[in-house]
Design a binder for this molecule. Sequence first.
Ligand code: PMP
Length: 316
Amino acid sequence: YPILIGGNFSKGELQRFGNIELNPSAGVLNYGQGLFEGLKAYRKEDGNILLFRPEENALRMRQGAERMCMPAPTVDQFVEAVKETVLANKRWVPPPGKGSLYIRPLLMGSGAVLGLAPAPEYTFLIYVSPVGNYFKEGVAPINLIVEHELHRATPGGTGGVKTIGNYAAVLKAQSAAKAKGYSDVLYLDCVHKKYLEEVSSCNIFVVKGNVISTPAIKGTILPGITRKSIIDVARSQGFQVEERFVPVDELLDADEVFCTGTAVVVSPVGSITYKGKRVPYGVDGFGAVAQQLYSVLTRLQMGLIDDKMNWTVELS
Ligand code: PMP
């Protein structure tokens, strides 16, 4: 798959997918100065391709770059680069209903730096890959375990931006959970150790009656673009949505729980194991609210319903 690489963000160059060269003392290799994004392109029945809110990814990368002391592409440069890469890889966008093209923009300190400091040069690149479902369960419910010891983010840290180190921080808990048969880990805040944060790669929502609650954005969770979109979709469907501190105990009497993210879309949670106790949700794990929101969001992303919010960008 051709990838787009740009040294100065102005005009990148499409190259064949392959290894890239990096200086051994590149900022990204030594001091973790790297950010990434993730978005998807879906093919419509008429053959055209839809991107979902790519300017939101551009803005999030810009916020992350500010935190990581890096310059970043402008929103226009980012969106144009995504479009160009997707169009160059058009044949890899799966047919309607058969998956999507996952798009991975990266921004890194590629310049050499020995003493701790921001790198003197940066590289922005985009690569893509066709994908199916994220969890091996497919669209079936996932099983989470609440993590008590390890945390992915601290107040004042970098948990609120999509920097590479956040993912290194979750590898240990995530691999241990997977080895025990869980799909993923649900993290708690590291100060009180009782408020829900997020899962390794997605945001979490807890449903009780007509009220849907999700942890507020306060610097330690990633402001998911799917999260933000689902909040709007849920409100438009008549649900009351609360962004607040959600104590872990609320999991015990929730009607259903679901996760949101670009990769996972809307994934129903079949059970959460908390302090050794497994709490099941929904009928066979499938929650009605998650199904309803999944259906609206995916039909919007695939161009099957009217895009009243103007969230999609069509490429032909
Ligand atoms: N939290 C984390 C830690 C993530 O990696 C992701 C995936 N980007 C999300 C939440 C969901 O964000 P989005 O909906 O923008 O994909």
